[in-house]
Design a protein around this ligand. Structure first.
Ligand code: 0RA
Length: 653
């Protein structure tokens, strides 16, 4: 017998049709059924609790990743109402979980502002889960209701007394929907919750991972059950400090806020000696507006103008001098712009561009006033900031000259490909791959191993220049960097054109040791700084060479029975065999130790290899890790590399 509610009227039919639609086309509601969509389920539930926090009723959210791939989210808000819904005639909590779009936006006035990227509501989570359980504490009682594939299977009942109020939701994602994976990634959730805690000053978010072994394919840092608490009394001021960790800063974070009928804006900003111009992040209702929008435009205009006005009024910029460009004023700037508005309009390809025109003036005025006042009152940091921008202007002019010089000499010209490059014969970028290989000996193996029709090899000799510290001008005069740029074909800086990429797969292939990790970091920094669009287009990959090979003992044949890619897998594999002593374990210290056939079948052959695709979904984390590792300070870099020799934290498969 199917569990059917006894009250079966028009609204139930609507419920079933609604949730059926979600199951039929999940992508429409959560973007995808891959890992991103899976994690979106968690955000959807947590967003409801954050809404409760924004409304001022909740200051603590706790999240558990359970060993069976279920998630629990608990808050100390008012609790979802359990009384009979006037229109639907069932408990309100049941309405919230079963009717599409009901979300947190019903019930009286609703919330002033509301987060949630798609704002689809927790009923979508219900539709895409095999089971959902909700416990509500309010009015001195605890209630419980449960759902099976979106349908109510255990009606609301009172289960006991309760001293406090709040909502607890546990859901089990449906593996029939999330066919790729139902395993949650700790770092992905942790990064998101950290961001939410920064954006909502004082809000406490606690993340528990109860899994003994999440089995991350990326990291071999032994994962243990763990708990992390995100709470920032300084809000977005702490956010910019976090972005600037490990950097030499020029001023204390500047903070201002403003409000009008359209919404509120908060801004925190701090310059460092870094050359980065992509640490300005804009949020609307807690959503990272990766594609920018009106709030970011208003911010940029205000910063450029205010700095130029100040520099002129103090005579630092003379009448004959040209204005500092926007990029000049933002070099080394870390900033958070967080707006909260009643009716956010999200546009753009990924719906992460804010369209509300009215918010531009609010941000612009707040920043102009706040920054001008700061500069007037703090002449010393003001001078450092202006000097930095002036240097950026000079460097940009020098770099342009250097580029023109090299172009004249034909160095960055695609007709003069670097001599070390063993190019592929195909000229179709969509099917061409470039392997960037550490050292000449690995380069030699790779050249023999490759499929020369589609695969090109560029061996790099020794260490590549640290572009974070060197800056654009010096980087360009480095041999390694210029051969990289020429081989890829896109040029950089103002002349960058992603459509000119000669390969749509660019694979970093380094040894599985500390040096290899270092070179990989340097290359990633290079791409992040100068060709970020190649990352966002998904062109950048990391090869995964094995570190062990198992060979039959006493066998004359050199045949490797099995390749192993990390330490943990080695002991697991050996434990699999009844008599592990029958095998010799061979350790590959570098790619050069593998013969070309081995390198081909383990690392380069499209059919059998694993590639990690690099993404900058979490730009804050990427930027921070890169600068912490690559910036002026040596200690954090050493520590990080020692700890995570094979760990690539901001990467996804
Ligand atoms: C609408 C009204 C009220 C609470 C909520 C929604 C609410 C929803 C969620 C979802 C997760 N946690 C939540 N906490 C609260 C309360 C109305 C009232 O008590 O007057």
């Amino acid at each position: 017998m199917v569990n059917k509610p006894d009250h079966y009227d028009g609204s139930d039919i609507q419920v079933l049709e609604g949730l059926e639609a979600v199951r039929k086309r999940p992508g429409m509601y959560i973007g995808s059924t891959g890992p991103r969509g899976l994690h979106h389920l968690v955000y959807e539930v947590v967003d409801n609790s954050v809404d409760e926090a924004l409304a001022g009723y909740c200051d603590r959210i706790e999240v558990w990743i359970h060993p069976d791939n279920s998630i629990t989210v608990m808050d100390n808000g008012r609790g979802i109402p359990v009384d009979k819904h006037p229109k639907e005639k069932i408990p309100t909590v049941e309405v919230v979980l079963t009717i599409l779009h009901a979300g947190g936006k019903f019930g009286g006035e609703g919330y002033k502002v509301s987060g949630g990227l798609h704002g689809v509501g927790v009923s979508v989570v219900n539709a895409l889960s095999t089971r959902v359980e909700v416990n509500v504490c309010r009015d001195g009682s605890e209630y419980r209701i449960a759902f099976d594939h979106g349908k109510t299977c255990e009606k609301l009942e009172r289960v006991g007394a309760a001293k406090h109020t709040g909502t607890k939701t546990t859901f089990w994602p449906d593996p029939e929907i999330f066919t790729e994976t139902t395993i949650f990634d700790y770092d992905t959730l942790a990064n998101r919750f950290r961001e939410m805690a920064f954006l909502n000053k004082g809000l406490k978010i606690i993340l528990h991972d109860e899994r003994a072994n999440p089995g991350s394919a990326v990291s071999d840092a032994a994962p243990e059950p763990r708990t992390e608490t995100f709470q920032y009394a300084g809000g977005i001021i702490d956010f910019v400090k976090y972005l600037n960790e490990g950097k030499e800063t020029l001023n204390k974070p500047i903070y201002f806020e403003a409000e009008n009928a359209d919404g509120t804006v908060e801004v925190a900003m701090q310059w460092s000696t870094s050359y980065s111009t992509n640490s300005v992040m804009a949020f609307a209702n807690n959503i990272n507006t990766h594609e920018g929008g009106t709030h970011l435009d208003g911010f940029k205009q205000a910063v450029t103008r205010t700095i130029n006005d100040y520099a002129r009024s103090k005579g630092i910029l003379k009448e004959k001098d040209s204005n500092l460009s926007g990029d000049d004023t933002r070099e080394g700037l870390a900033a958070i712009i967080s707006v909260k508005l009643h009716d956010p309009q999200f546009e753009g390809q990924t719906k992460t561009k804010l369209g509300n025109t009215e918010i531009r003036a609010l941000v612009q005025n707040a920043v102009t006033q706040g920054l001008a006042e700061y500069l007037e009152e703090n002449p010393k940091p003001a001078k450092r900031i202006i000097d930095k921008a002036t240097q950026a202007l000079k460097a940009r002019e020098a770099a342009r000259k250097a580029r023109e010089m090299t172009r004249r000499k034909g160095v960055l010209d695609s007709f003069a490909l670097p001599g070390k490059l063993a190019d592929c014969s195909s000229k179709d970028p969509a099917e061409s791959e470039l392997f960037i290989v550490e050292g000449d000996s690995a380069g030699g193996s790779a050249k023999q191993a490759r499929d020369r029709k589609y695969q090109a090899i560029l061996p790099l000799r020794g260490k590549i220049l640290n572009v974070e510290r060197a800056g654009l001008h010096r980087s360009l005069s480095s041999d390694t960097i210029s051969s990289l740029i020429t081989a890829i074909g896109t040029n950089i800086g103002e002349d960058f054109d992603a459509d000119q990429a000669r390969y749509q797969r660019i694979v970093i292939m380094t040894d599985a040791d500390v040096d290899g990790a270092h070179i990989r970091c340097l290359l990633l920094t290079f791409f992040y700084r100068y060709m970020p669009e190649l990352i966002s287009r998904g062109y950048i990959y990391i090869a995964q060479p094995p570190i062990f090979g198992l060979k039959k003992k006493n066998s004359r044949s050199p045949k490797i029975e099995r390749y192993i890619y990390d330490e943990k897998a080695l002991s697991a594999t050996l434990a699999e065999y009844d008599d592990p002593n029958k095998f010799d374990v061979q350790r590959y210290k570098g790619l050069g130790e593998m013969d070309p056939e081995q390198l081909w079948e383990t690392t380069m052959e499209p059919e059998s290899r694993t590639l990690l695709q690099v993404n900058i979904d979490d730009a804050a984390e990427a930027e921070r890790v890169v600068s912490e590792l690559m910036g002026d300070q040596v200690e954090p870099r050493k520590e990080f590399i020692q700890k995570h020799a094979r760990d690539v934290r901001f990467l996804d498969i």
